[in-house]
Design a protein around this ligand. Structure first.
Ligand code: NAD
Ligand code: MG
Length: 385
């Protein structure tokens, strides 16, 4: 029986992780979880897992009222509460389904404690990929991605990782795939939240529309599998049926296919890569039935170039990319900036940045804070046009 702590239990990935765990009750038990601001989930999850004794929420006031209602449970709050939750709940495995920068410190903590981390929080790798890989190299903890593309790549590479020419991440194209760049100027948050193939949390849905999500996934793939930027490709796959693929030097492709359902990669991660699966091998992608591929045009989606900067220069570029994006996405959702400004803001902040090589966690926190302050100031003053 694997004792699981679930961070972000109230979110899209969190909820689907609970679905998978409930279907496999003989293998997984929940010993702790966090819900952020969505405290209504505490009672819902406790009904399914009444023995949980460790829960983290975002605010102290919420914690105080929950403590009265559930005196037998240990409650924690805030960012430090996430760390205390991990330290105290005695889990073997932590599923990190938090969204954003807040996920980095818990990922580091889980590995430092030599536990298994199932990572949906891709921002952890974008921002702290070097720190995470250094911990893994030192033999601290183990890491399994939950992102569907990376699970697909892990599956294909587990079958054959020799003579690889490229690993290729598939992209649906997001909510605006049928628009030109010019047409993007006037799109609204409501338009951007309509993803054509996946039903996900708000931030990743906007990231999918802006292609920052693929930018993140290229960086994530680099840190997970060790390929350089030029050996990581992107291909459009309109119905998200092919989750990703590997191209070998003999011209053969190996693909992971199936209908889009995040429970499949979540299950693969929870079982530490030991669930059975089949990959498809072909030299001719047009022979794959029920799906269609398109060429990924970097001119249409220039945000992906940020991945090159982060992978080639490392340092604190990932922290700037992520912080600028988080602030810009929130401003867009609040109708404060146009959609096309997200990319402009990131570009400006990356150009201005003086990177710190081999950053410590503290360096990253500092760069994250400074970037947020600058972007907030620029947005408030209307300084970016
Ligand atoms: P979501 O918005 O649905 O859920 C996010 C969770 O994080 C919630 O439980 C929320 O309470 C918690 N949270 C947010 N801010 C917090 C804070 N400051 N402190 C504590 N908790 C906080 O997001 P999601 O779609 O489930 O995505 C989670 C992660 O998984 C993201 O990194 C995303 O990129 C990645 N991911 C999601 C999908 C998907 O299908 N949803 C697919 C692949 C990867
Ligand atoms: Mg993905």
């Amino acid at each position: 029986m694997m004792k699981v702590c679930l961070l972000g239990a109230s979110g899209s990935i969190g909820g689907q992780t609970i679905d998978v765990m409930l279907k496999n009750k003989e293998d997984f038990d929940l010993v702790g979880f966090s819900v952020g601001l969505r405290t209504a989930f505490v009672s819902k999850i406790l009904k399914k897992y009444p023995n949980v004794k460790h829960i983290c929420v975002k605010n102290k006031e919420d914690m105080d009222s929950l403590e009265e209602k559930y005196p037998e449970v240990n409650f924690y709050y805030g960012d430090s509460g996430l760390i205390s939750l991990i330290e105290n709940c005695n889990a073997d495995m932590v599923v990190n389904a938090l969204v954003g920068f807040v996920g980095l410190a818990p990922t580091i903590k889980v590995l430092e404690m030599n536990k298994i981390c199932c990572l949906a929080n891709k921002e952890s790798l974008v921002v702290g990929g070097e720190i995470i890989n250094n911990l893994l190299k030192q033999g601290k903890g183990t890491l399994y991605p939950i992102d569907s593309e990376h699970v697909a790549l892990a599956k294909c590479l587990a079958v054959d990782n020799k003579k690889v020419d490229k690993i290729i991440i598939t992209a649906s194209g997001g909510a605006f795939r049928n628009l030109t760049r010019r047409q993007l100027t006037h799109v609204t948050p409501e338009d951007a939240l309509k993803h054509p193939t996946w039903n996900m949390g708000k931030k990743i849905t906007i990231d999918s529309a802006s292609m920052v999500n693929k930018t993140f996934e290229v960086i994530e793939a680099h840190y997970l599998f060790g390929y350089s930027f030029k050996n990581i490709g992107i291909m459009l796959n309109y119905n998200s049926y092919v989750h990703s693929l590997v191209l070998y030097r003999n011209g053969e492709y190996r693909l992971d296919c199936g209908k889009p359902d995040m429970r499949v990669p979540i299950k693969y991660a929870l079982y530490q890569g030991l669930t059975p699966y089949k990959t498809v091998v072909t030299k001719d992608l047009s022979s794959i039935k029920g799906t269609e591929f398109g060429v990924f045009d970097i001119k249409r989606y220039p945000a992906v170039k940020f991945a090159r900067t982060v992978i080639k220069n490392k340092g604190t570029y990932g922290a700037v990319l992520n912080a600028a994006n988080e602030v810009a996405v929130n401003a867009f959702l609040d109708h404060k900036i146009r959609f096309t400004m997200i990319e402009k803001i990131i570009s400006l902040m990356m150009k201005m940045h003086q990177s710190i090589s081999h950053p410590t966690y503290e360096d990253i926190v500092k760069v994250d804070r400074q970037t947020r302050e600058t972007v907030n100031y620029l947005i408030k003053e209307g300084g970016i046009k």
